[in-house]
Design a binder for this molecule. Sequence first.
Ligand SMILES: *Cc1c(COP(=O)(O)O)cnc(C)c1O
Length: 397
Amino acid sequence: MLSREQTTPIPNTGVMPTLGDTSVGLCQRAWVEINLAALTNNVQQLKRFLKPGTDLMAVVKADAYGHGAVTVSKTALKAGATWLGVATVEEGIALREADITAPILILGAVNTPEQIRAIAAWQLQPTLCTPQQALVFSETLAAIDQTLPVHLKLDTGMSRLGMPWQEALEFVELVKCLPALKIASIYSHLATADDPNPMVVKLQHQRFEEAIAQIRVAGMAHHKLHLANSAGTLSDRALHYDMVRVGLGLYGLYPAEHLSHSVQLQPALQVKARVTQVKTIVAGTGVSYSYRFVAEREMRLAVVGIGYADGVPRSLSNKLTVLIRGQKVQQVGAITMDQLMLDVSQIPDLQPGEVVTLIGKDGEWQISADDWAETLETISWEILCGFKQRLPRVTVG
Ligand SMILES: *Cc1c(COP(=O)(O)O)cnc(C)c1O
């Protein structure tokens, strides 16, 4: 639920937000504010928590979970992350076009020769999951006389991408025979690391260890190993290996309540919009499409310039709480594509242009993506990724 602030407050510098690289200003009706100081804090906190010698990969797929991939990547690298993780070739290229030179791992699978040539041209690093894929890479790279570092993915129980762990050794042996491919790491992904019951994680950890042991016994050199996402990172240092791949934690959210005690993270994203009109409606007045709210008494109603086309889910209609002037305010009626309405009877002198915080902190109240996720019975990851490009990203801190 909506909480009084629990995390360390982000210092208020009193400075007006500066423009992000979107060149859109505060004349905007609605925007996403990204706090670079919070991102830096999160990277530093995570780094401090890692087993000594462990690299931190900042997972910046899906436009850095809606935070803006270029800004987040540059900030995270400056703060101590050494690798970047993306989902697609296009996401990797966008970072290279922004002059980012750090190693970039593509976490998704890539199969076509066109994609492979793009990976080579932009010096990205692919994930290989099957022998067929390794052979296509090998042929395509041989034809252009290039070599690539590759990362072998094992399926230890996620049942998504990866070679079944029992076949790890054969897979490694095959890739070793392909001169265009240099194994840069071997990795796997955890399915249930946010579950307080560690049983499946233990099983996956054991399978990963078994596969690696076989590869070592077969006399193959030591490879960089990685297994943990945010939840794995926060739950057990034995899962850190040579690198951790952290997404959610970087953005200041915890994968689960029971994992929220070891590091102090600060949410880096706030969503804000402006009041566009204020009026009084009489008892019995219906509000918005289908009259899903009808005023029981005379009330002050505010219209706000943000809606479901910006990423405020329509299913939050009548269930959303926002913050204005440090007070909690109830949203009423159906959320529409570009606008939503609030019951602002408690602030009768509210003016158009005033700022509404949908996610973030105002006074002593804080609303997080976790609150929305709880109401919507989903996860905070989906909430963060849901904020659309129409909302300019403005950086502060
Ligand atoms: C997205 C992703 C991560 C990051 O997950 P978080 O839970 O956000 O930390 C790590 N590894 C892989 C393979 C991923 O796809």
